[in-house]
Design a protein around this ligand. Structure first.
Ligand code: 3PG
Length: 395
């Protein structure tokens, strides 16, 4: 695929698909990471004499105009991030969009209203794609985190106009390629989170590609139960124990070591600072639930990190949102950050909860790369083709 370096942008209106689907509370953006990460692309377009016109979705209005889901809410954060005034058009197609584009002076940036206010966006409707394309001259896709959606603004446009990838898209794909495409071995993957059912494809793909697979969070309970261990009141998908057994057998046949917790932190209540104790993984009391990996398990995980050259991380190791059950996630993340800082490990992490957990521990800034993507990161790790990326390749 092409990049901004391959395009002549002078005087051109560059329809730039960004992902600024950021968390908002009481009308204010609470985490501007996604905004900060698109700044290089917008600045580059300006520096090359182009006119950046930002195209994005926000939330899930399902093809209707929902005023509370207007992208206007991100304008102040966008202006602060870019350090420049940003104009706003109340529609992403038609006269309102075109007039705002025409009024754009050199050096200015324009944000178009939520693409998902139109049903044609998610349907990738050709008529809507054409209406979007009519607004600009060149399409630049910088929304890796929305590339798992085959929507008009993430996929359709690449077939309709001269297209290229933006800087963030390049960075995301480059990091993932280094982590899993052609990684330096040994590779260790951490897969955590609540449910095995949402990560089956991920596990299936990883066991043939990584040397060690650390399974954490609620998922680990299902794997422990598959070994006949009583996990008490822990979160556990008992109907998936056969599947977990199958994953473990396939991993062993593929030469992938699965690391399950040897000890765990258990509590009787799921709440912050609940009374808790550390027990061997096969000694969870019948009336308790496993909420974190224990210190021995954490030691085994950090030892795996020390032996590895590459780390891919998706999902927390425990109930990180209620302390002290963030301890294993924090300790492992801190160790990964140290090894990365010392140049011994290439570390890539992604997924909503994962990034929140790594940010909370302060480890994220030392990771080699922290993806802005949730669902798209997961699908990439599952080995799936992302429609938005494929369209850029075909274009
Ligand atoms: C995300 O927040 O992960 C992306 O913006 C995609 O949003 P969606 O899940 O609503 O398609």
């Amino acid at each position: 695929w092409k990049t901004l370096d391959d395009m002549d942008l002078t005087g051109k209106v560059v329809l730039t698909r960004v992902d600024i689907n950021v968390p908002v509370e009481n009308g204010r953006v609470t985490d501007a990471t996604r905004i900060e990460r698109i700044v290089p692309t917008v600045k580059d377009i300006l520096a090359k004499g182009g006119k950046p016109v930002l195209l994005a979705h926000f939330d899930r209005p399902k093809g209707k105009v929902v005023p509370e889901m207007s992208l206007r809410v991100v304008l102040p954060a966008l202006e602060a991030g870019l350090g420049t005034k940003v104009a706003f058009a109340e529609d992403c197609i038609g006269p309102k969009a075109s007039e705002a584009v025409a009024a754009l002076a050199p050096g200015e940036v324009l944000l178009l209203e939520n693409t998902r206010f139109h049903a044609g966006e998610e349907k990738n409707d050709p008529a809507f794609v054409k209406a979007l394309a009519a607004v600009g001259d060149i399409y630049c896709n910088d929304a890796f985190s929305a590339a798992h959606r085959a929507h008009a603004s993430t996929e359709g446009l690449a077939h309709e106009m001269p297209s290229c990838a933006g800087r963030l898209m390049q960075a995301e794909l480059g990091a993932l390629e280094k982590a899993l495409g052609k990684p330096e071995r040994p590779v260790v993957a951490v897969v955590g989170g609540a449910k095995v059912s949402t990560k089956l494809d991920l596990l299936g793909n990883l066991i043939s590609r990584v040397d060690t697979l650390v399974i954490g969070g609620g998922m680990a309970n299902t794997f422990l139960a598959a070994q006949g261990i009583d996990v008490g009141k822990s979160l556990c998908e008992h109907d998936l124990t056969d599947t977990a057994k199958d994953v473990a057998e396939k991993a062993s046949a593929a030469g992938c070591t699965i690391l399950l917790p040897v000890d765990v932190v258990v509590a009787r209540e799921f709440k912050a600072n609940a009374a808790n104790e550390i027990v061997p993984a096969d000694k969870c009391p019948a009336d308790a639930m496993i909420l974190d990996a224990g210190p021995e398990a954490t030691k085994a995980i950090t030892a795996a990190f020390e032996a590895a050259k590459t780390l891919v991380w998706n999902g927390p190791l425990g109930a990180f949102e209620i302390p002290p059950f963030n301890a294993a996630t924090d300790a492992a993340a801190t160790e990964a950050a140290r090894l990365t800082r010392e140049g011994k490990l290439l570390s890539v992490a992604g997924g909503g909860d994962t990034v929140a957990a790594l940010n909370a521990s302060g480890a994220a800034e030392d990771f080699t790369y922290v993806s802005t993507a949730g669902g798209a990161f997961l699908e990439w790790l599952e080995g799936k083709t992302l429609p938005g990326v494929a369209a850029l390749e075909q274009a």
